[in-house]
Design a protein around this ligand. Sequence first.
Ligand code: SF4
Ligand code: SF4
Length: 223
Amino acid sequence: MSKKNKGGNKTAGPKARWQKKVAGKEKLELFFRHLENLEIDLSDNELTVESYPPTQAYEHMEFEQTLSRVFDLEDEDCVPLKRAVEDLVAAIQDAMMEVPTDYMPNRCDRCYHADCCHMGRIHLSEEERIRIIEHLGEPDNEETYDRYFEADDDIAGFYKTMFKHVKPDEPKDEDDTQCVFLRKMFNGHMGCSIYEVRPKVCRDYGAAYCDEFSVLTPEADGD
Ligand code: SF4
Ligand code: SF4
C-alpha cells in the first residue's frame, strides 16, 4: 500500500483546492457545476466553453443541447478574460509539476504492476520509433508497425505514433490494456522489455509523478 493511505494527512489535490477557491462565489460555482468542456488554445488565442444549461435559471424550459461559445482572446473586450486564462494555465502547469505528497524515490523498483504502462495513448517520436525497431532488429515495415504501434495525433499535433495496447494476462477490468512492450520479469514484477530504448515520455515519468497506486513490494529500510 502506498504511503498516501497511511497517515491520513494527504494535502488537498488541485481539484479540491480549486473547489475551495470558488466556494461562495456563486457565479463561478454555477459555471463549474455546468461546465462540460473547456478548451484553451493559446496559439490561436481562443477559448471554447461548452456547458449544460443551468436549468434552475430556465425552470420553464427543457434543454437537450449544451451551450457553446468561442471567445477570441485577441478581442479587446476579452483582455480580462485573457489574463484569467493565462492565470488558469499557469495554475494548471504548477499543479501538474507538483510532486505528490506520497513521493517515494524507490517506488518503481518495488512496483508489481507498472500501472503507468497501462495508461492509454503513450506517444513517441519518429526517432524514438526507429530506435526501438533497430533495437529489436526488425525491419521497418507495415507488419512491424502494426505489431507494436498505432497512428495517432496528440493534442498539440506533434506526435504521430503511440504504443499499441494489448490485453494483459490478468486484466483488472474489461477496459484494461497495457503497452505491448510490458512483460512479466524474472522477479514477478511487470517491467519494460525495451527499457534501454524506451521513449522520453517513459523516461520522464516516474515515482515523482506516479498517482497510479500500483501494488508495491514491502518497503526496504531507507525507502
Ligand atoms: S511510475 Fe508508478 S506505476 Fe509506474 S512503475 Fe513507478 S510506481 Fe509503478
Ligand atoms: S515502452 Fe516500456 S516504459 Fe514505456 S509504456 Fe511501454 S512498457 Fe512502459
